[in-house]
Design a protein around this ligand. Structure first.
Ligand code: NAD
Ligand code: 0WE
Length: 268
């Protein structure tokens, strides 16, 4: 029996087979969780529906997290088939494309700042609030974050402050919901080539830099992130809340790296 047997999970942020949400759904499905999905818009509805079917799920609900009504509606819809919910995976992030280029100081605007924080950070708190009536004891909320929350990363720009806000949301929600035996955590993933990443210039170079600069000399995989996420949402992690778990092949733990094969006498 899988370590998520008997758990019901809502997955928010599935767009393709390359989505981090797909890696999480795959690991959770393998470990015996029952899954439900949301899709951002009509264009994605059919695609997400087919992916959901691949995970033995017939639940696929529209959700644009910029809409209060749609956030409320998700749980009204879910309550028609499920009498309770154990897990929410929030795997959503967005900033207007123009803000993810050039210098932060030049690109940031009031409207772009608001959109990035609304979609990428507030939406996690809003989902938590609206899900409370159906969330069961032993449940867990999980979100996906990135090192740009903690350190400046070229071009990540306004998403850095948005992820910092998201990570603070993890800690504040964890404090509120702990008494109800509901845990709240984040996974800080290393770079993965997803749809969100493919819109970013020079992402290949960033991936190479990340692999060369971490102890394992490789990039993280959807399975790496999915397995850690499944663990955090399971009873195996019953004592872990308010935490950001780095799944980045150790990139964030090193202070300096030397290139392999070069400068042999320095390494020796
Ligand atoms: P993705 O494009 O597959 O997923 C992003 C999802 O966000 C999509 O499903 C999209 O529909 C959804 N979304 C965007 N705006 C929305 C809105 N208004 N309402 C509802 N949904 C909306 O890309 P991904 O890389 O899997 O991104 C998932 C999460 O992982 C994001 O929070 C991202 O910041 C985070 N993350 C990604 C990486 C990476 O390198 N890919 C690394 C660390 C963290
Ligand atoms: O969080 C992300 C991606 C976030 C993202 C991506 C896009 C592209 C398309 C948010 N909004 C948009 N808006 C769009 O219009 N990551 C962690 C992946 C990522 O994005 C970067 C990175 C990394 C890593 C952007 C610049 C530098 C590094």
């Amino acid at each position: 029996m899988g370590f998520l047997a008997g758990k019901r999970a809502l997955i928010v942020g599935l767009a393709s087979k390359r989505s981090i949400a797909w890696g999480v759904a795959d690991a959770m499905h393998r470990e015996g969780a029952e899954l439900a999905f949301t899709y951002q818009n009509g264009k994605l509805g059919d695609r997400v529906g087919k992916l959901a079917a691949g995970f033995d799920s017939g639940i696929n609900i529209p959700l644009d997290v910029s809409s209060d009504e749609e956030i409320k509606n998700v749980f009204a819809e879910l309550a028609k088939t499920w009498d309770g919910l154990d897990i929410i995976v929030h795997s959503v992030g967005f900033a207007p494309k123009e803000l993810l280029a050039g210098r932060y100081v030049d690109s940031v605007t009031r409207e772009g700042y608001q959109i990035a924080h609304d979609i990428s950070a507030y939406s996690f708190a809003a989902l938590a609030r609206e899900s409370l009536p159906m969330l069961r004891s032993g449940g867990a909320l999980l979100t996906m974050t990135y090192l740009g929350a903690e350190r400046s990363i070229p071009n990540y720009n306004v998403m850095g402050p948005a992820k910092a806000s998201l990570e603070a949301n993890v800690r504040f929600l964890a404090n509120d919901l702990g008494i109800d035996n509901i845990r709240v955590n984040g996974v800080s993933a290393g770079p993965i080539r997803t749809i969100a990443a493919s819109g970013v210039g020079n992402f290949r170079k960033l991936m190479q830099h990340a692999a060369a600069g971490n102890p394992m000399k490789r990039n993280v995989t959807l399975a790496d992130v999915g397995n850690a996420s499944a663990f955090l949402c399971s009873d195996l992690a019953a004592g872990i809340t308010g935490e950001i778990l780095h799944v980045d092949c150790g990139y964030s733990t090193v202070g300096m790296t030397f290139a392999i094969d070069e400068d042999e006498e320095v390494l020796a």
